[in-house]
Design a protein around this ligand. Structure first.
Ligand code: SF4
Ligand code: SF4
Length: 438
C-alpha cells in the first residue's frame, strides 16, 4: 500500500513503524474471510482491510479520530486472526494498538462511556478491587431487571446493556484467594529448574485453581516456582483500552521485579497461564523499544516469557494416568493461536497425556471475550460466544479446555459442559486432582 507520510511525520518512531506496516499491506482482502466482525457484520469497515484504511487515513492526515473511525476500531476484537491469514505479514496488532492510543488521547467519548472505561481500567488490574466488585456485582444482579431492556441486539450498545453484560459475568461465588506474591514453592526431589509464575489479576480472583495446578505439576516434576513479590497486572487490559501510560508503567514495574528476581535466584522462564497476558509480555520488548532505560531489559524479559504449555512440553512428564474415555474439546484462545502462534502444542500435550482431543470447527474464530470486549460490545460478543458454543457442541465433549481465563469465563456462560484450563488437565493426568470448577 502506498503511503504519503511527510519526513517530519516519519521522524516519529511510531509513525515510522505504522508506515512500515501499511506498506506491507497489498489490500488483497484475504484477511476479511477470517475476521469475526466481518463474518458477522459484512461491512468492509469492520474488516481488517477496512480498518487499515481508516487508520492510514487518520495517521497520514494527522487528523483527530472521527466517530466513524472510533466505531469500527472499537468493534475490533484484537483477536489477530487477520495476522494469521495475511500472506504479506502485516503486523495489524501494532497498528491497531497505535490507533487505540490515539483514540484514547484525542477523542472525547460520551461521559458515561468515559466513566465506564475509566472504572474498568482502574478496577480490573487490581485483584483486591476486582474481588470486591465481583461481590457487589453479584448482589446487584437482581437489579438488572430494573434496567431498560434494549430494543434489539445492537452493535452500538447502550450503557445499561453494558452494565447488564458486566453483571452477568460475575460468578455465583468466589474461591478463596490463592497464595500471595513472595511465596516460593520448592521443587519436590532434585531441583531441575526455577521459574516465576505470573499471578495475573482477574484470574487470581476468579480461578486461583489454575495457577495451583501449574504449581502442583511443576514442583512435582522438580521445578521450583516463585510468585514474585510486588508483581503487577501485566498491563494487557489497559493496553487494549489504549491507555498506554498505565500499561507501560506496569510493564516497567514488572520488568524491574522480575529482573531483580532473576539476578537473585536465577529464572529459567517467566511462565504465564493466561495467554492474553503472555502475548503482551512477549511484546514488552517492542513496547519499550524506544525507552533507553528499559529497552534491553524488556527484550530479555520478553524472551524469558513462555506460555505454560511451551515450558511443560520441555519436561519429561510422569507417565500419564489414562483418561481415554474423556473427550476434550480444545478451544484455541486467539491470543495463543494468533498472538503467540501456539496451535498444536497444547493439543499434543493433552493427547500424549491420555485424553481424546477434538478440534472445534471454526477454531480460528474468537469466542467474543477479548479482554473487556464482552462488556463494551456485548451483543457482538454474545453472538460470537453462541457460535463458539454451538461449534464446540458438535464434537460432544466431556470437558472443554482452554489456555486463557477470559475465554473460559466467556464460554462457560453459554454451556453446561465444564470448562477447564489445559494445565489442570495435565496436572490431573500426571497425579494431580481431577479439575473442578472452583
Ligand atoms: S490479508 Fe494482509 S495484505 Fe491482504 S488486505 Fe489483509 S492485511 Fe492487507
Ligand atoms: S484483530 Fe480480529 S476483529 Fe480485529 S480486524 Fe483482525 S481479525 Fe478482525
Amino acid at each position: 500500500m502506498k503511503t504519503e507520510f511527510s519526513l517530519a511525520q516519519l521522524a516519529d518512531p511510531d509513525i515510522a513503524e505504522a508506515d512500515k506496516i501499511l506498506r506491507a499491506c497489498v489490500h488483497c482482502g484475504f484477511c476479511t474471510a477470517t475476521c469475526p466482525t466481518y463474518v458477522l457484520l459484512g461491512d468492509e469497515l469492520d474488516s481488517p482491510r477496512g480498518r487499515i484504511y481508516l487508520i492510514k487515513e487518520m495517521l497520514e492526515k494527522d487528523r483527530p479520530p472521527t466517530q466513524e473511525v472510533v466505531k469500527h476500531i472499537d468493534r475490533c476484537l484484537s483477536c489477530l486472526a487477520c495476522m494469521t491469514t495475511c500472506p504479506s505479514g502485516v503486523n495489524y496488532m501494532h497498528l491497531v494498538d497505535q490507533a487505540r492510543v490515539r483514540i484514547e488521547n484525542e477523542y472525547t467519548r460520551p461521559l458515561t462511556e468515559r466513566a465506564l472505561r475509566a472504572a474498568l481500567a482502574w478496577v480490573l488490574p487490581r485483584p483486591g478491587l476486582f474481588r470486591l466488585s465481583m461481590i457487589l456485582a453479584r448482589l446487584a444482579r437482581p437489579l438488572t431487571a430494573l434496567l431498560p431492556a434494549p430494543k434489539a441486539a445492537s452493535v452500538s450498545p447502550t450503557l445499561s446493556r453494558r452494565i447488564k453484560a458486566m453483571l452477568a459475568l460475575a460468578p455465583r461465588s468466589l474461591p478463596a484467594p490463592g497464595p500471595a506474591g513472595g511465596s516460593v514453592f520448592p521443587a519436590i526431589g532434585e531441583r531441575r529448574g526455577r521459574v516465576a509464575l505470573l499471578q495475573g489479576c482477574a484470574q487470581q480472583v476468579l480461578a486461583p485453581r489454575i495457577n495451583q495446578a501449574a504449581i502442583n505439576l511443576l514442583t512435582r516434576h522438580g521445578i521450583e516456582v516463585v510468585l514474585v513479590k510486588d508483581e503487577q497486572c501485566c498491563g494487557a487490559l489497559t493496553h487494549h483500552l489504549g491507555r498506554d501510560g498505565d500499561a507501560l508503567a506496569r510493564a516497567r514495574a514488572n520488568i524491574a521485579v522480575w529482573a531483580a528476581e532473576a539476578e537473585r535466584g536465577g529464572l529459567d522462564a517467566i511462565l504465564v497461564t493466561t495467554s492474553g497476558c503472555g502475548t503482551v509480555i512477549k511484546d514488552y520488548g517492542f513496547m519499550l523499544r524506544e525507552d533507553r532505560d528499559f529497552a534491553s531489559a524488556a527484550a530479555k524479559i520478553s524472551a524469558l516469557a513462555k506460555d505454560i504449555t511451551e515450558y511443560v512440553s520441555g519436561i519429561d512428564l510422569q507417565p500419564p494416568q489414562q483418561h481415554s474415555d474423556i473427550v476434550i474439546a480444545y478451544h484455541s484462545a486467539c491470543s495463543l493461536q494468533h498472538g503467540q502462534k501456539i496451535t498444536q502444542l497444547p493439543k499434543e500435550l493433552l493427547s500424549k497425556n491420555g485424553f481424546v482431543v477434538k478440534d472445534v470447527p471454526e477454531s480460528h474464530l474468537c469466542c467474543g471475550s477479548a479482554g473487556t470486549y464482552n462488556i463494551l460490545q456485548p451483543d457482538i460478543a454474545s453472538r460470537l460466544r453462541d457460535r463458539k458454543v454451538a461449534n464446540i457442541a458438535m464434537v460432544k465433549p466431556d470437558m472443554i479446555a482452554a489456555g486463557n481465563i477470559g475465554c473460559m469465563v466467556q464460554i462457560a456462560g453459554g454451556t453446561s459442559v465444564p470448562v477447564v484450563h489445559t494445565i489442570e488437565l495435565l496436572d490431573w493426568a500426571t497425579g494431580g486432582p481431577r479439575p473442578g470448577l472452583n
